[in-house]
Structures are given as C-alpha cells and as structure tokens.
Design a protein around this ligand. Structure first.
Ligand SMILES: NC(=O)c1ccc[n+]([C@@H]2O[C@H](COP(=O)([O-])OP(=O)(O)OC[C@H]3O[C@@H](n4cnc5c(N)ncnc54)[C@H](OP(=O)(O)O)[C@@H]3O)[C@@H](O)[C@H]2O)c1
Length: 243
C-alpha cells in the first residue's frame, strides 16, 4: 500500500503525509523544496517504519511532472492513492497580474493536478485506487480577489466530475474536498472571518475516508452552509460585498 502526496512539505500535505505514514502507507512525497522533504521523510521513516521517497519538483515550471513521478515510483509498492493538496495563492491576485504570474498560478493550482492525475491513472486503475483533489471555498462564486486561484480551483471541480463520469465507482474513487480556512502558510498573517482549522484534524478526516465512496465534501463541514448562502445571495447584494 503506498500513497503519493503532491505538496507534501507543509500545511495540509505535511499533515496528510504524517497521517498516512501512521496508517502504514509507504509514501512518495513531492514538493519544490528538497530540504523540507528530506527532513520530513527521515522523521516519518523513523517514527512509523515505512518507506518514504521524496521528489523535488517546481510544479510552477515543470511541463511533464507525471513522467518524473512515475520514474520516482520505481521499486515502491503499487500506489493506491494520489492526494493533491498542492496550492499557491497571491495577495495581488486582483485582476492585475501579468501573464507570467497568471501562468504560474494556473500551473501550480490546475496544470499540476491534471497532468499528474492523467499520468498516474493507469496505475490507480490497476489498484482500484483513489484520487483526492483539494478545492477551495474561495472558488464558490467569482469575485474580485483570488481571481486566477479561484478559476483554477473551479477547474478542479470540472475535473472531479469528468473522472466520476468516466470511471465507475468500483474502478476509481474520486474525492474532492472544498476547504475552508486552514492554519497553514497559505493563510499566515491574514485576517480571517472565522478561526482556521488545524491541518491535522482535516488530514485525519481525509485519510479516514480514503477507501470510502467518491464524493464532494466541505471541510470543515460548516463551510457547506456558508457556500450555499454565498451562492444564493442575490446579485445586487453579492456585488457590494467586500473581500
Ligand atoms: N490554507 C487554507 O486556508 C486553504 C483554504 C482553501 C483551500 N486550500 C487548499 O488546500 C491545499 C493545501 O494548502 P495548504 O494551506 O496546506 O498550503 P501550504 O501550507 O502553502 O502548502 C502548499 C504545498 O504546495 C507545495 N507547492 C507550492 N508551490 C509549489 C511548486 N511550485 N512546486 C511544488 N510544490 C509546490 C508546497 O511545497 P514547497 O513549499 O516546497 O513549494 C507545499 O508543500 C491547497 O490545495 C490549497 O489551495 C487551503
């Protein structure tokens, strides 16, 4: 049993790696910083006695990340879960970014999950495995902030639907978590409307459901109601909302 975690070096990805190792999954951990990854791998190997591989890739620039990941899997037990808690956002993503910055945000938040999942699908189908995608409450309704980030996250919802439409539940589990605020680098220093959730709590819930049914869920769960209210607000009121 092995799992691949993309964006494993911090925040939710790091918490997922810890939870998966505790459940005796061998791991391939991917992120951009090799030192963070190696330190995490050594720690998980020592504490849980599982095989942990690492692969440092800048997914903002990598045209074919799937090929590198497939090569890094050589010799590891067959992967039965691909988790993609990768993400990057910018404070200035307010309809003012230059094309290079737009490309980087799309590469990290949309191209990387799509390209990696496409490359690993044959392996995951062989093992009747799981693909786990992570969206955001920021993408529930378009607004003047987080413009490119939210577009990419909305794209993941379409990808989730495509995978579910194409494969039967017994061939592939597809899970999408629409996340509210978490206490991670992504929200560090931000003034948030509600207290952020601890990544370890979210990771526990995700790993517990890993072999469960395909589904789209909100975590923390209260964000399902918040998303519903945001979607139902009349346009003339929604337009006037700040932030
Ligand atoms: N935090 C929140 O409030 C929140 C809310 C809604 C949705 N989400 C989503 O939840 C998921 C987890 O987010 P998080 O808060 O845990 O974020 P985080 O702490 O910033 O972690 C992001 C991970 O992505 C990796 N990453 C970023 N850019 C990369 C690049 N160019 N190449 C390779 N790896 C890269 C980082 O590794 P390196 O540092 O090594 O690059 C890190 O491991 C993301 O999909 C995020 O969009 C988060």
């Amino acid at each position: 049993m092995s799992a691949i975690v993309i964006g494993a070096s911090s925040g939710l990805g790091r918490a997922l790696a810890g939870e998966l190792a505790a459940q005796k999954h061998d791991l391939l951990l991917v992120a951009s910083d090799p030192r963070d990854l190696e330190a995490l791998a050594a720690d998980l190997n020592l504490r849980h006695d599982v095989a942990v591989r690492t692969l440092a890739l800048d997914l903002g620039r990598e045209p074919d990340p799937g090929a590198a990941i497939l090569a890094a899997l050589d010799g590891l037990s067959a992967p039965d879960a691909l988790l993609l808690p990768i993400g990057m956002s910018r404070d200035d993503d307010e309809l003012s970014l230059d094309p290079a910055a737009i490309g980087q945000l799309l590469a990290i938040n949309l191209h990387a999950p799509l390209a990696i999942a496409h490359a690993l699908l044959p392996r995951l189908l062989e093992s009747r495995g799981s693909v786990v995608l992570f969206g955001s409450i920021a993408a529930v309704r378009g607004r003047g902030r987080n413009v490119v980030y939210a577009s990419a996250k909305r794209g993941l919802v379409s990808f989730y639907e495509s995978l579910r439409q194409r494969y039967r539940p017994e061939e592939l589990r597809v899970q999408l978590y629409q996340l509210g605020f978490l206490a991670t680098n992504l929200t560090h220093g931000m003034r948030l409307p509600t207290a952020p959730a601890e990544p370890a709590v979210i990771a526990r819930a995700v790993v517990k459901r890993l072999r469960g049914k395909s589904s789209l869920r909100y975590l923390p769960e209260k964000f399902e109601l918040i998303a519903l209210i945001v979607r139902m607000l009349p346009w003339f009121l929604y337009r006037r909302m700040k932030g």
